[in-house]
Design a protein. Structure first.
Length: 336
């Protein structure tokens, strides 16, 4: 299947996080056909019910190409013009999946082995697939992780600290607020104090940032709210320990903060001949915890259109990524 056709086929399979089974089965079939022609092996690696990673390898993998199969909502199917392939996941990260598979075909055509392909679930939510893979390492010494970097090698990436914050109160008629206790008022006060937390800076990664992404609560305009919750995400430039302490201090008995995800900022090595960049997003790399080797981060597509209604990937970047992945694998194998 041609690179562009494969990208569109992948995009056209809805795979919002927790619903990756169909796209995983499609990728498994594609790789099984490739492995049957080239002496490889393909596995479904269980993560949880109806969710699995797909791992293909040719002999013992020294280098592993990896990215994720899931997308953010909402799903929308692919379209194509002369310059771009559009659709949910085209940039993040199904175009990358297609580029990696195409690079594998080219490597095998030249007799290159000792590499693998690992496609995981859950990156967009909690890195469930990468965490499962970290418990099932296969001896790989180098991990080329694909995220949209416009084919530049990321030398640093921010981390993330995510919380769910919940406040409770007491129901009452809004005409008599003194008889109740507003959970919404508590939550708003807590969030205001969190917004005042000084966020650290880094000379390479820049500023830490805070996003209050979800707020919900209450029952009706004329009822004092007995519950309210929010979800926040802080993009880290360090390990987040100081912020973690400050968030707990901001609760002050008014609410409870449950830590959902904690991923520190990362630094990566350079690679000869590739331009570099710095990214503000978080990846699966920390979840792999080095179990699949020294990580590199690179892929086609722009993060600025990922997760948007305008998501797209340039066809030229897809083609260039195939060549870059092929060259990286060969250079890393030669160095090893």
């Amino acid at each position: 299947m041609h690179l562009f056709e494969l990208t569109r086929s992948l995009v056209d399979i809805e795979s919002i996080t927790n619903h990756e089974e169909a796209v995983g089965s499609f990728v498994f079939e594609i790789l099984s056909n490739l492995a049957a022609r080239s002496g490889g092996r393909v596995e479904r690696c269980p993560v949880e019910a109806n969710r699995f990673n797909v791992f293909a390898h040719w002999r013992s993998p020294v280098v592993t190409l990896s990215t994720h199969l899931d997308t953010v909502p909402p799903f929308f199917a692919s379209t194509e013009d002369d310059e771009f392939i559009w659709g949910r996941g085209s940039a993040d990260a199904k175009g990358i999946v297609a580029s990696m598979i195409t690079a594998a075909e080219r490597l095998l055509a030249t007799g290159t082995t000792n590499f693998g392909l690992l496609f995981v679930v859950g990156e967009e939510r909690n890195s469930a697939g990468a965490l499962a893979a970290a418990r099932d390492s296969r001896g790989s010494r180098f991990l080329i992780n694909g995220e949209p970097t416009e084919n530049k090698l990321a030398v640093a990436a921010k981390g993330i600290l995510r919380y769910e914050i919940e406040a409770t109160g007491r129901l009452a008629h809004s005409a008599y607020p003194q008889l109740g206790e507003s959970a919404i008022d508590k939550l708003l006060d807590v969030l205001q104090d969190i917004r005042k937390i000084p966020l650290p800076e880094d000379e390479v990664l820049g500023h830490s940032t805070l996003n209050i992404g979800v707020i919900s609560g209450g029952r009706a305009p004329n009822v004092i709210a007995d519950s309210a919750r929010a979800e926040i995400a802080i993009r880290l430039v360090n390990d987040g320990n100081d912020i973690r302490t400050a968030v707990q201090r901001a609760m002050a008995g008014r609410a409870e903060a449950r830590e959902l995800v904690s991923i520190p900022a990362m630094r990566f090595n350079s690679f000869d001949g590739l331009p570099s960049t710095i990214v503000a997003y978080t990846t699966d790399v920390p979840a792999f915890a080095g179990a699949w080797g020294e990580p590199f981060l690179l892929g086609p597509g722009s993060i600025h259109v990922a997760h948007t209604a305008e998501e797209r990937v340039a066809k030229k970047q897809l083609l260039d990524a195939v060549e870059i992945y092929e060259r990286m694998v060969k250079q890393l194998l030669a160095a090893w």
